[in-house]
Design a protein around this ligand. Structure first.
Ligand SMILES: [Zn+2]
Length: 89
């Protein structure tokens, strides 16, 4: 493995960190994903999210809120709807 101390370190060097090991969006490489979470953090800090029932219907895609994916990292408790609205189900 040469200069790498472990297989994990070598894998990280080639493929980037394992997404499951990223605890904060701030550890993401600079790019769209990190930008997206920076915007979300600002919204959360401003209290721009609400509690909602998972059976509510999204106005954009007409699917239940529960069928929208949860966010990741420190915002895994939030669900983002198609119009960018943040809800805690
Ligand atoms: Zn939707």
């Amino acid at each position: 493995m040469g200069k790498f101390k472990s297989f994990k370190e070598m894998a990280n060097a080639f493929y980037g960190p394992d997404p499951d090991e990223i605890k904060s969006y701030k550890d993401l490489p600079d790019g769209e994903e990190k930008q997206k979470y920076a915007v979300i953090e600002e919204k959360v800090n401003n209290g721009e999210w609400n509690r909602a029932g998972g059976e509510c219907i999204c106005l954009v895609c007409k699917k239940e809120y529960i069928r929208h994916g949860n966010l990741l990292y420190e915002f895994h408790w939030l669900t983002e709807l198609c119009d960018g609205y943040l809800v805690k189900l």
